[in-house]
Every structure is written in structure tokens, then in C-alpha cells.
Design a protein around this ligand. Structure first.
Ligand code: NOJ
Length: 527
């Protein structure tokens, strides 16, 4: 009898411990982006980007009138960044290449030797420490010269992007095996042109977002197809984009279920369906909705430019995995007459809906990010249901904190999201290959300036040396990586080589639970 109890309890305990372990080949990383960390905005012949122009010409656009002119000075301190990544034990470091640092005019006629050398050094140093470089080609810093020609609203952007990608592959594809073409396309097209407060600072919410949407999908596909033709057989690398995945659920069920589906297609589908769906092209619901709306508004065709059959095929399947950034969630409901909100779809004619904060969500230093860890699991379930069994990679997830915050909040944030991720892997059978924490270090948080701190390394922006100091969460994340589990051991947490003084709450609870079960097992054995 005692043996039976013991065996059953051992099995339960083993299952529970196993449930907190990530698959053996799961990869952990951290991320940053060129404009947010590099500084050196005009160093060694770098060209001007749309963000350089915005921060220099419109001080009011950014909190505290901040700029990315120096930022975390990673242009000079990249070795320290790699040291930090090594200290954490990262499997990969995701960073972006600044288009105007490599091609000051945006076009391939002039390749900057200093720019090329900067990224060569960074890539080589990472590899020297056994850290894989994951490279984003475009994280929002378009060369100003190309913006002057219309930027993402000019169809030629896809050729410009393709030749930029060709330069990057020729320089770095021998060592970079994972590429992200474009970070958060919805920000590039929809957020920017709707609000007009992000670079390029143009407010034109009617036509521009949809032109941009289409051109961006073609640009991404051209970069993908180029690699497929010329580099895949040699280097066997992988390419995707990093979509912004805002989880939208109905405010009232069943009333708002259909609206929530439309919301998801509007926010994610327009950037994912053309690439990941079986049919290709725009999501059917969106195509229909935009045509009806455009006709009603007096246009004689849809504001959403159609794909030709040839374009659909060209774009379809241009990703080797599904990358997405997850930060926040909302509930959606129909708008009441004249209602207006803070999000770009709040009250806008596109959806005639309002977004509400889901119950249970919490906030850090910005009310734009309603934190809801369960949304990550729900997002993965949704993506799998909608686009099928792809390999999913969380390309960003991070806590918007402030300078001297109690960092256990960030530890709880990481742990709660990793827990949901693991449930999605184990219970929903979603293939997730890795998790990327945003960000390795504090940086220029776009219009939020330096007030919002995402880093697991603090950066002192008042210090000309831009001193970097690990936060508690850096040690926690190192322990997670080391143990391949979000439930890090007390030994790791208390290691004398670290400044950690607090064990994550759930870790304690779980450890006490394990001790309790062990005691019961031993007691039962002697019964
Ligand atoms: C996603 C963006 O990719 C990144 O640049 C930004 O800093 C984070 N969201 C946090 O807002």
C-alpha cells in the first residue's frame, strides 16, 4: 500500500516538476533596436533617419524632449552589451541594423565601411561568446532620403528594401542564421500614420496605412525570396517578420465575439494572413469590410489596395517561423455615438469600436500596456487555430518599468508570462521555439523617452559612461536560462556571486509545495 502511494505521488511530483521545464531545445534571448540603444546618430558618416529628423525638429513629440543621439551609446559600448548577454547565458541576442548606418542615402550606391565594421564586430563578438545573432533589418529608422520620396507609401520601397536586404545578406549571412525583416509592421503603417506622433510625423489615417500595409508585405516577401534564391542553399538560415500581437477579446459575450474577430483580423490578420494563411492575400472579412466601408464613404474602390493573384502567391509562405511581440491585451465593444479613445481604432470609422482594459490587467509605467499574461497563451491558441502548426517564436515581451522600481515586479512579470507560454506548449501543443525578453538594457522608448525602463540592465543616462548595472531580474533571467525553467531554484537565487536578495514569490510557494509532497511521501512510506 505504502509503495503504491509513494509511486503515485512520485509520478505526480515528477509530472509537476517536468511541467515547469521548457523543452530541451528551447531558446532564450533578449532584444534591442538600433535607434533605441546605439546613439552615434551621425557618427562616421551615418545618414539621417526619420527618427533623427523627428526628435531634432519636434521637441514636443518626445517626453522630456529626449533624443536617441547618444541613447545607451551602444555604438561605442557594444562590447559591454555582449558581456551582459554572456553573463545572462543568452542563447541569442536580437538586435537591429540601422539602415542609414549601412546605406547613408538609403540606396546601395554608397555602403558605409564604418557601418559595416560596426555590425561585423558585434556579430563576431556575440559568436565568440556562443550567442547567436538574430538580426532585425528594419526597426523603424528609415533613411530620411527615402522618406522624402514617400517612404512606405511609395511602391518602390519594396525594391529599395530588397537591395538593402541584398547588401545585408552579402555582408552577414555567413554568420547570421535568423533574420527578422520588419519589426511590428502595424506600428510602421497604422500607428504612425494614424497618430502622426511617431516618425515620420505624418498624420494621414485614411489612405497611407493601407498603401504602406501592402508595400510592406511585398518588401518583406522580396527580401525573403532573395534569400531563398541566393543564400538558402549555402547557409540554411531562417527568416520571418515580428508582428505586434495585441490580444483582443470580446467585452460582452456573445454580443462582441464577431467584433473581436474583426478586431484581430484588423490588427494582426492584415500582416499575418498574406504570409501564413492557406489562401494568401488579405483576410476575407477585412477585404469585405474595407470595401463596404470605402464605398459608403464615397470612394469608388477599397482603400485597401488589392493583391493580384501573382502577388498573393509571391507573398504567401514567405516565413520560416511565426515571430511575434506580445505586450498587451484589450476587450472590444461597439462604440457609442461620438465616442473617442486613446487607441487608434478607438471610435475610428474603421471598426466603430472601443477598446477596454480587461479585468485583472495591471500596469507598469505606461497606460498603453495593460499587462495580461494569460493573453500570451490565448494569443498562441488563436494563432495556431487561425494559421495552423507553425513554429512560433516570441520575438519580444517586456515589462515597462521605471528607474528605481522594485524589480521583483519584473521578475513576476517574466515568470507569469513564461508560465503561460509553457502551458501553451504542454497543454495546447503549440510549437514555441523561444522567448525574447525586451530589453537587454534600458533604452530610448520612442515617444516615451527615457522615462519608461524595459531593461534587465539599468542604464544611467546621466552618466557620460552610460554605466550598465544588472537589475534583480537579470539574475532571475540568468537562473531561468541556466535551469531551463521559470521556477528557479533557491540555490541559484541565493548564489553569492549575485546581488539577488529576494526569491520570486511563486518559486517559494512551489518549493514549499515540493517539500510538503516529499514529507507526505516519506510519511506514507513508513505507514
Ligand atoms: C515593441 C517595439 O518593438 C520596441 O521597439 C518597443 O520599445 C517595445 N515595443 C516597448 O514599447
Amino acid at each position: 500500500m505504502a509503495w503504491t502511494y509513494t509511486l503515485v505521488l512520485s509520478a505526480l511530483l515528477a509530472a509537476r516538476c517536468h511541467a515547469q521545464q521548457f523543452p530541451a531545445n528551447f531558446q532564450f534571448g533578449a532584444a534591442s533596436a538600433a535607434y533605441q540603444v546605439e546613439g552615434g546618430w551621425d557618427a562616421d558618416g551615418k545618414g539621417e533617419s526619420i527618427w533623427d529628423r523627428l526628435v531634432h525638429t519636434n521637441k514636443d513629440a518626445i517626453a522630456g524632449g529626449a533624443t536617441g543621439d547618444i541613447a545607451a551609446d551602444s555604438y561605442h559600448l557594444w562590447r559591454e552589451d555582449v558581456q551582459m548577454a554572456a553573463q545572462l547565458g543568452l542563447d541569442f541576442y536580437r538586435f537591429s541594423i540601422s539602415w542609414p548606418r549601412i546605406l547613408p542615402s538609403g540606396l546601395a550606391n554608397n555602403i558605409s565601411a564604418a557601418g559595416v565594421a560596426y555590425y561585423n564586430n558585434l556579430i563576431d563578438e556575440l559568436l565568440l561568446h556562443g550567442i547567436k545573432p538574430v538580426v532585425t533589418m528594419y526597426h523603424w529608422d528609415l533613411p530620411m532620403k527615402l522618406q522624402d520620396l514617400g517612404g512606405w507609401t511609395n511602391p518602390l520601397i519594396s525594391d529599395w528594401f530588397e537591395s538593402y536586404a541584398a547588401v545585408l545578406y552579402s555582408l552577414y549571412a555567413d554568420r547570421v542564421k535568423t533574420w527578422i525583416t520588419i519589426n511590428e509592421p502595424i506600428v510602421v503603417c497604422d500607428f504612425n500614420y494614424n497618430g502622426g506622433n511617431y516618425a515620420p510625423g505624418i498624420k494621414e489615417p485614411v489612405i497611407a496605412p493601407y498603401l504602406c500595409n501592402k508595400h510592406l508585405m511585398i518588401a518583406h516577401a522580396k527580401a525573403y525570396r532573395l534569400y531563398e534564391r541566393e543564400y538558402k542553399h549555402k547557409y540554411d538560415g531562417r527568416i520571418s517578420l515580428a508582428n505586434n500581437a495585441l490580444w483582443i477579446e470580446p467585452f460582452k459575450v456573445p454580443r462582441d465575439i464577431e467584433l473581436a474577430e474583426l478586431g484581430m483580423e484588423h490588427m494582426i490578420g492584415r500582416y499575418a494572413h498574406p504570409v501564413f494563411s492557406k489562401e494568401g492575400g488579405w483576410p476575407e472579412k477585412i477585404e469585405k469590410h474595407m470595401l463596404e466601408l470605402s464605398l459608403k464613404q464615397g470612394y469608388n474602390s477599397s482603400r485597401l489596395p488589392p493583391f493580384t493573384e501573382e502577388e498573393k502567391k509571391f507573398v504567401q509562405g514567405t516565413a520560416d517561423f511565426f515571430g511575434f511581440n506580445y505586450y498587451t491585451a484589450r476587450q472590444i465593444r461597439p462604440a457609442k455615438a461620438g465616442e473617442n479613445g486613446t487607441w487608434f481604432i478607438d471610435g475610428s470609422p474603421e471598426l466603430d469600436a472601443m477598446l477596454e482594459v480587461p479585468p485583472g490587467a495591471t500596469f507598469g509605467a505606461t497606460d498603453l500596456i495593460a499587462i495580461l499574461p494569460r493573453g500570451l497563451r490565448e494569443m498562441l491558441q488563436y494563432l495556431k487555430k487561425t494559421y495552423g502548426d507553425h513554429e512560433y517564436l516570441i520575438t519580444e515581451n517586456g515589462y515597462p518599468g521605471w528607474k528605481d522600481m522594485e524589480d521583483h515586479v519584473r521578475i513576476d512579470f517574466i515568470r507569469d508570462h513564461l508560465e503561460q507560454l509553457l502551458i501553451a506548449i504542454e497543454e495546447d501543443n503549440v510549437t514555441v521555439s523561444g522567448y525574447t525578453y525586451w530589453s537587454l538594457l534600458d533604452n530610448f522608448e520612442w515617444v516615451g523617452g527615457y522615462g519608461i525602463r524595459f531593461g534587465i540592465y539599468d542604464v544611467d543616462f546621466n552618466d557620460p559612461k552610460r554605466t550598465r548595472t544588472p537589475r534583480l531580474s537579470a539574475k532571475y533571467y540568468a537562473c531561468v536560462i541556466d535551469s531551463n525553467s521559470y521556477n528557479v531554484s533557491l540555490e541559484c537565487t541565493n548564489s553569492p556571486s549575485t546581488a539577488f536578495s529576494r526569491t520570486p514569490t511563486n518559486g517559494n510557494v512551489r518549493n514549499s509545495f515540493s517539500v510538503l509532497v516529499s514529507v507526505i511521501m516519506v510519511a506514507l512510506f513508513f505507514v
